[in-house]
Design a protein around this ligand. Structure first.
Ligand code: ZN
Length: 155
């Protein structure tokens, strides 16, 4: 398959995605059965990544991770965030002002608090957290992540 074919396939898929209801199941490059995910992940990681649970604020050791490096998806090991984009949001969850290119997908998430934007790994669909519009420069975005969904490796 040529790069051009891949690109047009990509835009066709993007168009399809836009036409579908927000809550429709997306398909992902990395798919596993529930049993396989349960084997791979700890129960707490499974609850966040596969069931969209939220870890307790302040519970992640990654809140205090300030070394240079990369944050990978705990489900499929895709690089998601650079330490360069990490900042202390004061929320108790690891926060970033931008993801790495082509790392995450988003969907509308309607809940008790109204509409939020859910953030997931674009490769395995694992739930990571939410993105809000009250972040710092240069993007003004706050990617509020569950530390359980991330694995940090120092550069
Ligand atoms: Zn992933």
């Amino acid at each position: 398959m040529t790069r051009r074919t891949l690109l047009s396939l990509g835009s066709a898929l993007a168009a399809l995605g836009a036409a579908r209801p927000a809550l429709a199941e997306e398909t992902f490059e990395v798919t596993k059965s529930e049993a396989e995910w349960r084997k791979l992940l700890t129960p707490a990681q499974y609850a966040v990544l596969r069931e969209e649970d939220t870890e307790r604020a302040g519970s992640s050791p990654l809140n205090d991770e300030h070394r240079k490096g990369t944050f990978f998806c705990a489900g499929c090991d895709l690089p998601l965030y650079s330490s360069e984009a990490k900042y202390d949001s004061g929320t108790g969850w690891p926060s970033f002002y931008e993801p790495l290119p082509n790392a995450v997908g988003t969907k509308a998430d309607w809940g008790l608090l109204g509409k939020r934007t859910e953030v997931h790994c674009r490769r395995c669909g694992g739930h990571l957290g939410h993105v809000f519009g009250d972040g710092p420069a240069p993007t003004g975005k706050r990617y509020c992540m569950n530390g359980l969904a991330l694995v940090f490796r120092a550069a």
